[in-house]
Design a protein. Sequence first.
Length: 329
Amino acid sequence: MLRLLALTACLAMAQTSDLAEKWKASGQYFEWKSLQIFYTCLGDASKPAILMLHGFPTSSFDSHALAENLQSDYHVCTFDFPGYGLSDKPAGDHKYTLADDADLASYFALNVVQMRDFALFAHDRGDSVALALIEKNPPLHISHLFLTNGNMHLPLANLTDFQKRMLDPATSPNIVKQMSAPILAAGMGNTTFTPPLKPSDPEVAALAYFFAYQSGIQVMPQTIQYLNERKQFENRFLEALAKSPIPTTIIWGVHDMISPVRVADYVWNTALKNRKAPGSYWLMPCANHYLQHDQPDAIATIVRLTRPQSAPYNLSSDSCAPVLVAHEN
């Protein structure tokens, strides 16, 4: 009975979310290839810029707490990729690709918010968009790259049963029929945040709100195909990262069972450890996959650092303080 009541409350939350409405009110739209793309910027445009790229299957809202922390010192801009959040979600034969989204990120920076010099903060699928952008090498100056909890090397990933069944054309239609925005939001809140979020949590209501916008679950069998694209190009992406002169920081939530720490270890050892460009690798002891929600203040402290000390060390004596695992140059 209690489980049924919780589910009923969760279903009701899909209809409204004060957090989601506030986020929507903070932004506006621009057009990209006949699609309406939602974006928002926080902070003074005269201050150093940061562009944030979100992951699958969520939206720019993922970083709202981090963006709100950083806005006192930075001009923080972020947007929803097509198929996600408050942006258009075309169905049918529309192809959602990392390559297109890298072009979109470049267009957004150059033409919409006019940021030619900025730090790039990426999460989950956004990591692969960021690496595709670096490989394309557009006329942008990325002053620093932050990579967070994303399966940049799929052989080391722990894809969920939901992801595998959504990815498979033979099983995805049934998953779409069985799934609803509030059920998906409640499940993610319970498994990808630390501590787990209850179905009544306002953050869960916001997740459900964005999933429900333009029936987002209907296009997930298409949007999740980026995993196949990443599998095809992930070695090339990491080679581009290894050759890149952009200072790069990995920040990883240790409780993530989907993108486990071994992925971060691999990316550091394969692409960053022996570069000439500066690099650092941090672990977040009290964070899960959505580390920007779980420990936003601590991540903001890392973003503000200009030169990490020698590894390893903790930012403070607090048990949840970020740990610097490795540092180069």
